[in-house]
Write a protein that binds this ligand. Structure first.
Ligand code: PGA
Length: 230
């Protein structure tokens, strides 16, 4: 079971260190925990991954960080293809695939995000699958350090996740294409994590807003541990 926290543009370095210290007080043995803080809060820690980086060792890419900056903290995990980067920062598929190849070459664990917009969802399931397949173009689906996260854009940061049936339907489809761990993301919280983790083909969750409070995140991990024991 993989439980990942995406801080997005939240938290300072001190807050991130305090967060990890709290997290480490609990038994995390059977759960794979990932924490993605902003790059200003990078520290060397087994849980820490990068929300983004430019596919370059170093160079002239103002405002970006490259492999050299990640290596300084021994970071070898990264999120690629998050909808906020696709839709707000205008990252297009060809560039995302290039980023994937670069970090694959450098042996990173990649949490690769896909998810449809509300406009696509309204057109029905076939269109959703078509859209998700486009978001997988150029991606090596056999990569052994690939983890996929299905995050419908319309469920991110809304407080209301996709329904159990919707998640089950899409996860089944994705699993028929990709035989890798598959996370669900989009308004996962203490109140709904149990039912989401119990859905077939859900191997974990990627949590944004509800992960910001460490006590909430710990509660979610505790729930995940119980499910694993069932
Ligand atoms: P959310 O974000 O949990 O706030 O919906 C999830 C994500 O964007 O990864």
């Amino acid at each position: 079971m993989i439980i990942a926290a995406n801080f997005k543009t939240n938290k300072t370095r001190k807050e991130t260190i305090d967060y990890l210290n709290e997290l480490k007080k609990i038994d995390l043995k059977n759960i794979t925990v990932r924490v993605f803080p902003p790059s200003t809060a990078f520290i060397e820690d087994e849980f820490i991954g990068a929300q983004n980086a430019y596919p370059i060792i170093n160079g002239a890419f103002t405002g970006e960080i490259g492999l050299e900056q990640l290596n300084e903290f021994n970071i070898n995990k990264i999120l690629i293809g998050h909808s906020e980067r696709r839709l707000i920062l205008n990252e297009f598929q060809e560039f995302i695939a290039k980023k994937f190849e670069f970090f694959k070459k450098h042996n990173f664990e990649i949490i690769y995000c896909i998810g449809e917009t509300i406009e696509i969802r309204k057109k029905g399931i076939d269109e959703v699958i078509k859209y998700l397949k486009k978001e997988l173009e150029g991606i090596d689906l056999e990569y052994e350090k690939l983890i996929v996260a299905y995050e419908p854009v319309w469920a991110i940061g809304r407080g209301v996740s996709a329904s159990i049936d919707e998640i089950e339907e899409i996860h089944k489809e994705i699993k028929s294409i990709i035989n890798r761990p598959l996370l669900y993301g989009g308004s996962v919280k203490v109140e709904n994590i149990k039912e989401i983790l119990q859905i077939k083909n859900v191997d974990g969750v990627l949590v944004g807003s509800a992960s910001l409070d460490v006590n909430n995140f710990i509660k979610m991990i505790e729930i995940a541990k119980e499910i694993k024991c069932l």
